[in-house]
Design a binder for this molecule. Sequence first.
Ligand SMILES: Cc1cc2nc3c(=O)[nH]c(=O)nc-3n(C[C@H](O)[C@H](O)[C@H](O)COP(=O)(O)OP(=O)(O)OC[C@H]3O[C@@H](n4cnc5c(N)ncnc54)[C@H](O)[C@@H]3O)c2cc1C
Length: 440
Amino acid sequence: MKIAILGGGVAGLAAATRLSQLGDYETHIFESSQQLGGLAGGFWGKGWEWPLERAYHHIFGTDTDIIELLDSTKYKGVFFATPTTSSLYKRGSSYETYALDTPLNLLKFPLISFFDRLRSGAALALLKVMPHLPLLDRETTENFLTKTMGKNNFETLFGQMFRKKYGKYAGNILAAFIWSRIRARTKALGYMEGGFQSMIDHLEHYCVERGVQIHKNARVQSISPVDDDNSSITLHLAESDNLQTAFDFIISTLPSPILASVAKPLLQAPEIHKLTKLKYLSALNLIIETDVPVFTKEYWVSVCTADLPNLVFVQHTNFVDKRHYNNKHLLYISGYYEDTDPIMSLSKEDVLQLFLGHIRTIRKDPFLVGESYLWKAGYAQPIFDSEFLNNMPEMFTSHPRLFLANLDMTYPHDRGTNHAARLGVEVANRVMQEALKHRV
Ligand SMILES: Cc1cc2nc3c(=O)[nH]c(=O)nc-3n(C[C@H](O)[C@H](O)[C@H](O)COP(=O)(O)OP(=O)(O)OC[C@H]3O[C@@H](n4cnc5c(N)ncnc54)[C@H](O)[C@@H]3O)c2cc1C
């Protein structure tokens, strides 16, 4: 049996890993870039001992699916720590950070009254204990939190962050998102020895050793039926006339709009239409090396003020030892934007100057900036608004040999490597069940 996996991110690698554990099948991964890993992939800075993710990454203590997958391959690199997280507010002309990560810290938060702290804490506690009720799929987060904690509290605690994470869609994000967010968060955060790229490289080697064929720089342009009985699918690669032979099953982990264009010859028009209706924001990550940390103790700093154009600062080396990065302190300055946002077309130098202006008002003491790196990624943040549920892709498609497992299918959870791993394993199991049913 011959299976093609489209996309070599964590979902594609998880699917290939699971297939290789289930039996002796001919599995191929087709990845358009020169490196596996997708959104979780890493790069090497000058003099570094470890690569670093192009976009900040950690896992939570509740991320059991990825841990189980890695355990099944004897990967031992995951470690947990409890770095400091906080939120940044502007008071007068200066910036202050406040820890808001525990009920006790919320009770000490001075920007709302004591009664409002109690009320907000109660609303968040409710989210922590309640099951995924249908109302969470109808109500927006903004309405839900406004009703439960009050408008002013929602605005102070979440308003800016929502606008920064979801732009013009902020008011429409479903309440299930915040429910999942509050439930899944743990104080302990996980990282990998050698970075997430080392985990990806490990999965790649594991798959290759078990016979999986990995094709890099292999952008899939289209997939089409071989004949009328739907029993196999042919795959066409871009940039060459390379026509791959027929596959019994295809697993797509591509973002839905890309799949919509790739699978046009295969799927029915209404299904293609739904895939094209899904919305995303792109991510921009500027990483700077400095001689001293910009944030002295915090790893994660959510930006809760409108005068900064980013969502978060991540002082990576307050979580992972700087000795792995040539003793440089590393800071991510990150946000999500429409592709048409002017910031997305700025050069690295211009993005650096834009943010340095802000950062020098946050950290008044002098610091030196060394190397910097700018990464932009499309299809980075799916928009889970009320329209989303009408168009959410499903693992089974209208074509019996095409299966999906992509970052639009993690709802109600926000996308993440844990969900990519879960979907990859699940889709491999489903394909095997179908193969047995049809005696392929
Ligand atoms: C800024 C940011 C921060 C994040 N932080 C975290 C975090 O802290 N923790 C966490 O767990 N997760 C985090 N994530 C999410 C996590 O990276 C993703 O959920 C996960 O990597 C998705 O994996 P995937 O395989 O589903 O998709 P992708 O990684 O998008 O993989 C899809 C693959 O398909 C390839 N591809 C696209 N088109 C084609 C084509 N035509 N032919 C062949 N290949 C193609 C792409 O190159 C890509 O490799 C973050 C994401 C972003 C953007």
